[in-house]
Every structure is written in structure tokens, then in C-alpha cells.
Write a protein that binds this ligand. Structure first.
Ligand code: CA
Ligand code: CA
Ligand code: CA
Ligand code: CA
Length: 523
């Protein structure tokens, strides 16, 4: 028979890499794109039904499904085999009674969002629609086959505010759960009155509205609501965007305002448990500011990845450092800009030591279609260009990665992004990774891990259910990978009702997982 290994590769190309497979993968095959314990089988012509039944009985297998127009059968194998499913398929295929056997592969849709302006977003999917190079993009639709984001993840947009009334941003605005909106009181006692969507330290007021347009554009790239028949598509279809207005309505900010903004984000995570995983910082200058440095150290110590634009002055940042992006802090990711033909743009700063990777930022030449389309205040959409537009692509993909793999910390995430770029000649020697962000490569590299756990209703193993011991039936076992007490997106649940040991496939693949949280229904 033909090689199953070859066919697995083919199948993986057409399906989402690393499908979640809760409860499956009985023999350490976690993350493979097929149904555990099932085979598609075709017997040789002339093999009688009686012979087939005898064979299946001998193999402890049963027929699940037959078909009208082909003589393949879907077979369920007994669990607990000592060999892999692929080895079982090969062994069966070698049997004189069997013509062919292969896994029951999993295929997934390659969903294209229905947002009307999506076709202009060459940065997400470049088919040459604006005269650029096909595939000079971050492979967003391929990445969305794996994951489209989660509202559990908060991304802080430290910028000029966000138009929180924009129809394509309203669904994904962060709302402070401890604050009663606009009652004039600091309900959660965090030092900020009515910090509902975020704060505005640049003006000392409560209004996070974006009068400049910059922050709203950045926010849309990270997380304009996706597949909602409105406007554009964010890299995250679902996410929470926190508006931290450190730039005024002319796009200018101060050290104090910026420090207050960074400090607010850090504080809301460390003291109020808001799940802020990434901040985007599309601002900068050439002044080394120690308080900003210190604020970023506290920020990254709180496991918030600090994504920063590298600047638009065609400088080598290794020689002329730009800040905040060039601070020597591990949790900073510095981002250069590429254009429609995957070139390092004519304006982008670079630096093989200080700039980590590039992302689409637009060209700022001749055709508006060569720039980045996103949301602008007043409910509209427009093109902008710059490393300011490149950074939110990285922040957006970082949020996808951290939503999919809750046990990845900021440095795991940064390393993953740098390791999975598309290497480009124009970036070789100009950025550390030598490449441009690729969302699909990044999500594909978040390897599913195979974890096991045991749950018992008879906790003291004395053979009976005693007072205080709840029978497992109707309970739910789940994987709390990040130990935060909740089943978050990317953490697989096991449908479970009996005592036993469970094999669960989980994204992440790093470290040790806590297994077998036991919850009552409706907890
Ligand atoms: Ca592509
Ligand atoms: Ca408050
Ligand atoms: Ca209030
Ligand atoms: Ca939309």
C-alpha cells in the first residue's frame, strides 16, 4: 500500500495544524489530525461478510458506519492499544483480507471573514490585489483556521485613545468590571474615577476618546471585530482592547503621561487580576528616559509583552537608539515595517541587534492601497502607514499565541514569534530574526501537548463513596493549564462522568500541567 506518512503530510496541509483533540490521542499521538481509535477500512473484493466480521472480532473492532457508493467502512477500535493508530492501520493493510486502511482524518474549513473591506487588507492576505507580491502577508486566514482569538485576552493599546463607539470596535472594547460607568466615583478604588474603557493620563480627564485617530487605527489591526459583516477584520476576531490614552489629540505625549499609562496597565494586572497579556506601543523618540525604562521593567515583570514600533526615520537603531523599542529589556519586541512587496520600507528604522522582526506597515507611496486599512474615529475606515501600523500586527499575533497557549509566558511568546518569521532577503542583517511576522507559522508552532490525569470519586480509595466524597458522575474534569481557576480558551475540557484516567490534548507543550480540576455542574 502507499505510504501513510506521505498522506499524513498532505492531510495536514489541508487541515488546520495541531487540531485540538480533547480526550484523544491514546498512544501519545497528541495533536494528530485524526479521530483517535478510528480507521477507515476497505476489505479485499470477495472477502465475505462473515470473514470480515471474524476479522473485526479478532481485532476487538466494530463497524461504526458504512457508505452507499464506496465500500469503505468506518471502524472503531478498542481503546488501550499498545501500538499507534498508524501502526495499526499499516498492520491491517498488510493483512490479506484488507485492501487498505487509514486514519479517520480531521479536516477544517478555511474560513474567510465576511467583513466587507477584508479584501483590501493585503497585510493579512496578499493576493496582489493592490499590485503587491502575492503572499507578502502574515498568512492570517491560514492562522484563523487554528484560532481567531478569545475575549479572555486583554491587549492594552497605549496610544492616543480608542474610539470606543466605533461599530467595529465596540464588541471588543475592554470594560473595567470593577467600575460603575460614569457615576463620578472611583468604584474600584484604583485611583481613577470612571476608568471604564481605560484612562487618559495625558489630559487628566476620564475620556479615552481618540481625537487623533492613531490609537483607533492601531486597535483595529489588533482586534476589530472579525466576521461581523462590518468594516475590517482584526487579527483577533475576539479580544478585549484597553484604551490607555497617553498621546494627546495631536499625537504627542509626555514621560509622565506615558509612565502613568504603562503603570496603570501593570497595576490593573497585578492588583486587579485583569488578564492583560500584551501591550502595543506605537510611539517613541530618541530620549533615554529612566522612569519609562523602570515602568517597562515592572510591566514585563508582570508578564505583559511590550510590543514597540522601531520608528520611521530610516535609522539604524543599533547606532542611534530609539526608545522605548531599543531599551535592553527582554520583554520588549521591536518591530520594523514591510511593504506590499515584502520589502523593508524606505522609512523604517532597522537594527540587527535592537530590532527583532518586521511586520506589514504600509508603503506611504502613490497608492493608498499599499498602506494598512483599519478603523478610524467616527465609525470610519482609512489607510495609514508606519512602524506604528507594523507593531499592532505583532501585538495581535502575540495575543493569538497567548490565547491559544495560556501557559506561554511573554518570553516564550516572543521567542516563538521570532522563530517563525518568513525569512526575507531585505531583512537579512537588518532585523534580529531576519524575517517578517507570520501568524500561521506562529500558531502552527504552538505544539499540542499530551497530558494525563486521574480522577476518583472515592478519594480515600476505601471502596465506597463516603460523606464528603462526591460521585464523579455528572461532574466535569477540565484542564486548568494556567492555574487561574477557570477553563479558558485553549484549555481543553474532558467530557467525563466516571472515575478513571484521562488522556487530554492541550496546546502549550511547555512545563508541567495541573490536571484534573473537578468541578460540579454550573460552578
Ligand atoms: Ca498568505
Ligand atoms: Ca476606578
Ligand atoms: Ca465609576
Ligand atoms: Ca469587522
Amino acid at each position: 500500500m502507499e505510504s501513510l506518512e506521505d498522506r499524513r503530510v498532505l492531510s495536514t496541509l489541508y487541515s488546520a495544524g495541531g487540531s485540538d483533540n480533547p480526550g484523544g490521542g491514546a498512544e501519545g499521538e497528541a495533536g494528530e489530525d485524526y479521530v483517535p481509535d478510528q480507521l477507515m477500512v476497505r476489505f479485499e473484493p470477495g472477502v465475505s461478510t462473515t470473514q470480515q466480521e471474524a476479522f473485526l472480532t479478532e481485532q476487538s473492532a466494530t463497524v461504526v458506519q458504512e457508505f452507499q457508493t464506496i465500500d469503505w467502512k468506518l471502524i472503531e477500535l478498542a481503546p488501550g492499544r499498545s501500538v499507534t493508530l498508524l501502526d495499526t492501520a499499516n498492520t491491517w493493510a498488510d493483512d490479506p483480507l484488507v485492501k487498505a486502511a487509514e486514519p479517520n482524518y480531521v479536516f477544517q474549513s478555511r474560513v474567510i471573514p465576511d467583513d466587507p473591506f477584508y479584501t483590501f487588507q493585503w497585510d493579512l492576505n496578499n493576493v496582489g490585489q493592490t499590485g503587491g507580491t502575492p503572499d507578502a502577508d502574515i498568512d492570517a486566514p491560514e492562522a484563523w483556521d487554528i484560532f481567531t482569538g478569545t475575549s479572555n485576552t486583554v491587549v492594552a493599546v497605549i496610544d492616543s485613545g480608542i474610539d470606543y463607539t466605533h461599530p467595529d470596535l465596540i464588541p471588543n472594547m475592554w470594560r473595567n468590571p470593577g467600575e460603575i460607568p460614569f457615576d463620578g466615583l472611583d468604584n474600584d478604588n484604583n485611583g481613577y474615577i470612571d476608568d471604564v474603557y481605560g484612562i487618559n493620563p495625558s489630559a487628566g480627564t476620564t475620556d479615552r476618546m481618540d481625537g487623533d485617530g492613531h490609537g483607533t487605527h492601531v486597535a483595529g489591526t489588533i482586534g476589530a471585530a472579525g466576521n461581523n459583516t462590518e468594516g475590517v477584520t482584526g487579527i483577533n476576531w475576539d479580544v478585549q482592547l484597553m484604551a490607555v490614552k497617553v498621546l494627546d489629540d495631536t499625537g504627542v505625549g509626555t514621560t509622565a503621561g506615558i509612565v502613568a499609562g504603562i503603570d496603570y496597565v501593570t497595576m490593573m494586572k497585578t492588583q486587579y487580576n485583569i488578564n492583560i497579556l500584551v501591550s502595543n506601543n506605537s510611539w517613541g523618540g530618541y530620549f533615554y528616559s529612566q522612569p519609562i525604562y523602570d515602568a517597562i521593567v515592572a510591566h514585563t515583570d508582570a508578564d505583559i509583552l511590550f510590543v514597540a514600533a522601531a520608528g520611521n526615520d530610516t535609522n539604524n537603531n543599533d547606532i542611534i537608539p530609539s526608545y522605548p523599542d531599543s531599551y535592553d529589556i527582554d520583554g520588549i519586541v521591536s518591530v520594523a515595517a514591510t511593504g506590499v512587496v515584502d520589502e523593508l520600507t524606505w522609512y523604517s528604522n532597522f537594527g540587527v541587534t535592537t530590532v527583532d522582526l518586521a511586520a506589514p506597515g504600509g508603503t506611504l507611496l502613490t497608492s493608498a492601497g499599499w498602506d494598512i486599512l483599519s478603523t478610524v474615529p467616527g465609525g470610519g475606515y482609512d489607510y495609514k502607514a508606519g512602524t506604528s501600523m507594523a507593531a499592532p500586527h505583532v501585538a495581535g499575533v502575540a495575543a493569538l499565541v497567548r490565547g491559544l497557549a495560556p501557559n506561554f509566558d511573554l518570553l516564550d511568546t516572543k521567542q516563538l514569534l521570532l522563530d517563525t518569521v518568513d525569512l526575507l532577503p531585505d531583512l537579512d542583517g537588518n532585523v534580529l530574526s531576519g524575517g517578517r511576522l507570520n501568524a500561521f507559522n506562529a500558531l502552527s508552532a504552538v505544539n499540542p501537548a499530551h497530558v494525563t490525569g486521574t480522577v476518583w470519586s472515592d478519594e480515600n480509595r476505601n471502596g465506597s463513596i463516603d460523606a464528603g466524597e462526591q460521585p464523579i458522575a455528572n461532574w466535569t474534569v477540565y484542564m486548568d493549564l494556567d492555574n487561574n481557576g477557570d477553563l479558558d480558551a485553549g484549555e481543553p475540557s474532558a467530557i467525563t462522568a466516571v472515575d478513571g484516567t484521562y488522556d487530554i490534548t492541550a496546546y502549550g507543550g511547555l512545563g508541567t500541567f495541573t490536571v484534573a480540576q473537578i468541578l460540579q455542574p454550573n460552578w
